[in-house]
Design a protein around this ligand. Structure first.
Ligand code: UDP
Length: 213
């Protein structure tokens, strides 16, 4: 699944591994889902060293993003009704122009849905485990104005930079971000969350279109 948002492009895939992590063995309670995120060296400018080439397997930012993607997706799925499998969701950024984490989430849930359909076809699912879709968008304040889906240029000059994830029933999954220059008012936060909510509903429609549901 190639997820695109403006110039940002992320290849999202989901695969099924017939085993759960070691730490889950004693729990006997279904499956697990984990996500990986990586940016190709020339997805942005300047070139970023390829993961694994600098001695550290993954930079802190990628690690933080893949944990966000994993948390968002685990909120959408009931892992206790899954068989003992690990769902691997890979998000590989081909081109980055801001909002790679939110685009990753938007594509990852579509890839996950597709993988679950495959499992259902293979009669591997006792029950449909997905509670709904998840959608995400970046929102910030640039030059005093609240804005949706910041590109790199807007992101780098933003006074506030948030990534917001919504469930398909319009409940919040995660708000990530901070004031970059000075504190901001609660009213501004409320405006930004409302803008993100509207935008996520539009993204959800596009996700449904892509899935044909
Ligand atoms: N970026 C980059 N190289 C990096 C990190 C970031 O080119 O190593 C650019 C890229 O365009 C990215 C943007 O900076 O989308 C904003 O990065 P941020 O960490 O805020 O995450 P994102 O907005 O992509 O979720």
């Amino acid at each position: 699944m190639l997820a695109e948002c403006g110039k940002t492009k992320v290849l999202c895939t989901a695969s099924v591994q017939d085993q759960v992590p070691h730490w889950m063995h004693s729990r006997h309670q279904g499956g697990w889902l984990t996500a990986e995120y990586s940016m190709l060296p020339n997805a942005g400018t300047p070139r970023k060293p390829r993961d694994g080439r600098t001695g550290r397997p993954l930079d802190g930012r990628s690690f933080e993003i893949q944990r966000l993607v994993g948390r968002a997706l685990r909120c959408a799925i009931d892992l206790t009704v899954m068989p003992e499998v690990t769902l691997w969701v890979d998000c590989d950024v081909l081109q980055a122009d801001g909002g790679t984490r939110t685009t990753s989430i938007n594509g990852a849930i579509v890839a996950l849905y597709d993988a679950l359909l495959w499992m259902e076809e293979q009669k591997q699912l006792p029950r449909w485990p997905l509670r709904g879709l998840v959608s995400a968008v970046s929102v910030g304040v640039v030059g005093g104005t609240p804005m949706i889906d910041l590109d790199y240029h807007e992101d780098s000059s933003a006074e506030v930079d948030l990534s917001i994830v919504f469930a398909s029933d319009d409940r919040l999954i995660e708000i990530q971000g901070a004031a970059e220059k000075q504190p901001f008012a609660m009213e501004q936060l409320q405006t930004m969350v409302a803008m993100a909510q509207k935008s996520c509903a539009e993204i959800r429609d596009l996700q449904k279109q892509a899935l044909g549901i």
